[in-house]
Write a protein that binds this ligand. Structure first.
Ligand code: FAD
Length: 316
């Protein structure tokens, strides 16, 4: 499978993945993006003990075979411990030799927590941080965002550490924002605070991504915007996706899910193929890379990469 991807990158005129080299050096994502389109994955630290952690390490080893340019690791999402983020980023960077993008969320953190995590990441050679406010807990209290009300506050605070910073953006608008335009203005503030690339909320409508990029450029945002794709293979996730992320599921896709939701094998095929359709369209229209939310499942990434490889092999 990696052969297919190597051929695919060669045909697209892309540089070989530096992470494959034995002389791997830690890479800054903004610099990688200046030279090639990227393929990246997102994982989350397990909540439970060492067995789950070791399972994730094996998953990372499997993902490495797909030559990602970087792998991001979430922070505090779903109640995970921030120490685990550092541990997984360390494994990525220093054992698997894959460029790590560590998420940090300012919302639940005090400055001393941020300092501890930033120092631990620096010590381990992690150069890239995705700077976030964080998911608000269900029983939100103002205290939650006492020190870092927004990702911009965290970005400003992290500036002296010299990380390459990325930030989140929302093609359909962030769920708390009163208008798309207000959200775009806030996206620009993130760039002004130091974000050098953006990763979008997962989306099933490429149209919203193209609109986000167009409007971002119109108001002067210049950083690359990486579309986030999460193959939807489990019909139970539909409602959650709308509630948690505000992402619309297109009618044609919803119809397929309704018809086949009791047949998991068919649903899997539909989910993978829909994601592949989105990815081919995004690549054809010039997206600077693809960020796959693989939910710690190497099979998802393998299923997508094998399909993209085959199709692009024929097309280019
Ligand atoms: P912000 O940028 O602070 O935006 C939140 C709201 O405030 C928006 O409505 C925005 O328009 C507005 N806003 C932004 N800046 C300003 C400003 N300066 N002044 C006034 N208003 C402003 N959650 C986790 O808990 N852990 C993770 O690891 C994680 N990873 C993620 C990765 C990606 C790629 C994405 C898209 C989301 C991720 N999330 C994660 C979820 C994210 O934390 C939530 O979506 C959260 O509600 C907003 O985070 P943010 O960084 O976009 O916040």
């Amino acid at each position: 499978m990696s052969d297919i991807i190597t051929q695919m990158t060669a045909r697209m005129g892309l540089r070989a993945n530096p992470n494959k080299s034995e002389d791997y050096t830690h890479m800054r994502i903004d610099e990688i993006l200046q030279t090639k389109r990227t393929l990246s994955f997102e994982v989350f630290p397990p909540k439970k003990g060492t067995d789950e952690r070791d399972k994730l390490f094996s998953t990372i080893d499997e993902l490495k075979a797909l030559s990602p340019d970087f792998i991001s690791v979430t922070y505090g999402a779903g109640g995970t411990d921030s120490k685990n983020t550092v541990e997984i980023a360390d494994y990525l960077q220093n054992k698997a030799h894959i460029t790590a993008l560590a998420h940090i969320t300012g919302g639940p953190s005090a400055p001393e927590d941020v300092d501890a995590v930033a120092a631990a990441l620096k010590e381990r050679g992690v150069e890239n941080v995705l700077c976030l406010r964080g998911d608000r807990p269900v029983s939100y209290e103002a205290e939650y965002c006492r020190y870092f009300p927004h990702a911009t506050d965290l970005a400003n605070y992290l500036a002296p550490y010299g990380f390459t910073l990325g930030a989140a953006c929302y093609p359909e608008g962030h769920t708390e924002c009163e208008s798309l335009y207000a959200d775009l203005v806030n996206m620009k503030k993130k760039e002004e605070a130091g974000a050098r690339f953006f990763i979008t909320q997962l989306s099933y409508y490429n149209y919203y991504y193209y609109r986000n990029v167009k409007e971002a450029r119109r108001i002067g945002i210049t950083s690359p915007i990486l579309p986030g794709i999460m193959p939807l293979v489990n019909p139970k996730n539909i409602r959650r996706i709308k509630e948690m992320c505000g992402s619309t599921i297109p009618l044609e896709f919803r119809n397929m899910i309704e018809i086949y939701d009791s047949r998991p094998a068919v649903m899997e095929e539909i989910g993978y193929n829909y994601a592949v359709y989105q990815i081919i369209d995004l690549i054809a229209k010039g997206a600077p890379g693809i960020h796959l939310y693989v939910m710690n499942n190497a099979k998802t990434a393998q299923a997508i990469c094998s399909r993209i490889g085959r199709v692009l092999h024929e097309l280019f």
